[in-house]
Design a protein around this ligand. Structure first.
Ligand code: ATP
Ligand code: MG
Length: 209
């Protein structure tokens, strides 16, 4: 099974890498494809350019041979709809099984995503608990989880799509927002980012450095 991990990655940080590692270890994923979004449909434009976010991701992933970056959303001129991205990977690798990785905060608003009811036609969802994210799910998303939740790993690895697996993992409470604020305030970034990403932020003056 291949993990697809979408996000703004503005910038990528250790929370992202540890989430992907936890999912890869737990589910035995062959690889994880990080997909930085191009034009975000649901939020403000990222601060760093698409190419800079790709460069930071590539720097972050050099020591992880099973992690890679795809520019499929960045190369698309239209908004980054995840359902189209999944369709793309399913067309490209018709014999593979996919799981879409996300933090619990992203899952909470999944019912706002374009064609969200179709996501499970292409993949399983793997939701990783996010520290500090204690808000309850709204009724529509809670019902969606209840309908599709798989508590056994076998249900996920046996079927090719349609399950939601909730993974409790101890991921540090780091966010890109925190990093951007710390850079802007000239505060240290120790323990938040791979050193190679911090070097790129400094070298290119991202986030006001
Ligand atoms: P921002 O603060 O700009 O929103 P972010 O840190 O939330 O950035 P995103 O690029 O928005 O990063 O997130 C991509 C995905 O990674 C989302 O599914 C999000 O839930 C998940 N994620 C990011 N950081 C963590 C973390 N520390 N623990 C668990 N999940 C995380
Ligand atoms: Mg976020």
């Amino acid at each position: 099974m291949i993990g697809i991990f979408g996000g703004t990655f503005d910038p990528v940080h250790l929370g992202h890498l540890l989430l992907a590692r936890a999912a890869a270890d737990h589910l035995g994923l062959q690889r994880v494809i990080f997909v930085p979004l191009g034009l975000p449909p649901h939020r403000d434009l990222p601060k760093a350019s698409p190419q800079s976010r790709v460069n930071m991701l590539q720097a972050a992933l050099t020591d992880s041979p099973d992690f890679e970056v795809s520019t499929v959303e960045i190369d698309r001129p239209s908004p980054s709809w995840t359902v189209h991205t999944l369709e793309h990977f399913c067309d490209e690798m018709p014999d593979e099984t996919f799981c879409l990785l996300m933090g619990s905060d992203a899952f909470r608003s999944i019912n706002q995503w374009y064609q969200w009811q179709s996501l499970l036609d292409y993949c399983h969802l793997v939701v990783v608990s996010r520290a500090g994210d204690k808000t309850e799910l709204g009724s529509e998303v809670a019902a969606y989880l209840a309908r599709h939740r798989c508590t056994s790993l076998y249900d996920i690895t046996d079927g090719c799509s349609g399950g939601i697996y909730w993974l409790e993992a101890d991921i540090p409470d780091i966010s890109s927002t925190l990093i951007r604020h710390r850079v802007d305030a000239d505060e240290p970034l120790t323990g938040l980012l791979p050193p190679a990403v911090e070097s790129l932020i400094k070298e290119h003056g991202h986030y006001g450095y």
